[in-house]
Design a protein around this ligand. Structure first.
Ligand SMILES: NC(=O)c1ccc[n+]([C@@H]2O[C@H](COP(=O)([O-])OP(=O)(O)OC[C@H]3O[C@@H](n4cnc5c(N)ncnc54)[C@H](OP(=O)(O)O)[C@@H]3O)[C@@H](O)[C@H]2O)c1
Length: 306
């Protein structure tokens, strides 16, 4: 695809965003006012607290029919003050899709995070080289060892890439409560800039040890599965959002309330809900604006999901 064609498509995605009927309330709200940003302890760089996950949602054919709505999701993220996109080579075509959407004028406004999921140094090196090609970039902001696969070997490789300036930050990930102890063991012995794990109103195990540990050690934290792959919406289906969610916390949807619960923990650097829909992206970004719950309000949110 030519640079000019990509530019026109991006410009029309932004223009479409400005004129979206039923979405305009959300989109405009994210465009006005500041999205909260938090510091990456390793560098002091500020990262917007709401990003975008791409597992399943971005595994689509690389044709315009499938790319168009995802282009709008990216445009909504950027126009709303966000930058973080999390992907992985194991998410089917998602990395290549992200590369296509990030190309040209959009790339400088993104913080691109991907992963390595290989065993052995050579396999890891090949997979990372492919990520650079698929993401169409010379430098990747963050590469994380996916689900602690062959952690020591891959972290060594990532450290070398960081020294060469090809990768800005390195980290490790997992998505299960049962792996939190192993994550802690790795974080105690390996210096990393970022860790990514599961934390949500439905999975609060990280509050016990992982989150305080990361705050103490100065490790940036990305939160995956904030909606437990959308299962959390089933718990509140048909229930009206309580009036105090808006009045006390500026939350206009269940999604915002769930994300605000996560962001209220100061150890969290950013949360990465996945979506294929611009209106959900705009909704999620609103969680990073306005008030966050205190301890008492967090207890009340937990009760709503009990
Ligand atoms: N091991 C790892 O490193 C690991 C593991 C898991 C996840 N992750 C990362 O974390 C990201 C997030 O986790 P996840 O994808 O498992 O699940 P998730 O973000 O908890 O849930 C995604 C689902 O929520 C829906 N959704 C998003 N925003 C919404 C809104 N405002 N209102 C209603 N529904 C909404 C999406 O619907 P639509 O599909 O209709 O848009 C999607 O089906 C992943 O995409 C990936 O980048 C990493």
């Amino acid at each position: 695809m030519t640079t000019r064609r990509r530019f026109i498509q991006h410009a029309s995605a932004l223009a479409a965003l400005a004129t979206l009927g039923p979405l305009s309330g959300l989109a405009q709200a994210t465009a006005s006012g500041e999205l909260l940003r938090r510091r990456i302890p390793a560098s002091g760089e500020l990262l917007p607290v709401v990003g975008l996950g791409t597992s399943r949602t971005h595994d689509v054919p690389l044709d315009e029919e499938h790319l168009a709505p995802l282009r709008e999701v990216f445009a909504t993220l950027i126009e709303g003050g966000g930058s973080l996109v999390d992907t992985a080579p194991s998410y089917g075509r998602a990395e290549a899709v992200c590369g296509e959407l990030a190309a040209d004028n959009v790339r400088p406004r993104l913080f691109l995070a991907t992963k390595v999921s290989s065993s052995g140094r050579e396999a890891g090196r090949r997979q990372i080289e492919q990520s650079f090609r698929d993401l169409q970039t010379e430098r990747i902001d963050l590469i994380q060892v996916h689900n602690l696969q062959d952690t020591e070997t891959q972290l060594q490789l990532l450290r070398e890439l960081k020294e060469q300036g090809k990768v800005r930050y390195i980290g490790v990930t997992h998505y299960l409560d049962s792996a939190h102890e192993r994550l802690l063991e790795v974080l105690r012995r390996e210096p990393v800039d970022f860790v990514q794990f599961n934390y949500s109103i439905g999975e609060r195990n990280a509050e016990r040890e992982l989150l305080p540990f990361c705050a103490d050690k100065g490790i940036a934290v990305l939160i995956n599965r904030p909606f437990q792959r959308a299962a959390l919406f089933d718990k509140v289906r048909g229930k009206p959002l309580p009036e105090w969610a808006g009045a006390e916390l500026d939350a206009g949807s269940w999604a915002q309330l769930m994300l605000k619960y996560i962001l209220a923990n100061p150890a969290v650097t950013a949360v990465i809900p996945a979506t294929s829909k611009p209106r959900y992206m705009a909704d999620n970004l609103r969680a990073g604006r306005g008030r966050l719950p205190d301890e008492d309000q967090r207890r009340r949110i937990v009760e709503l999901f009990a």
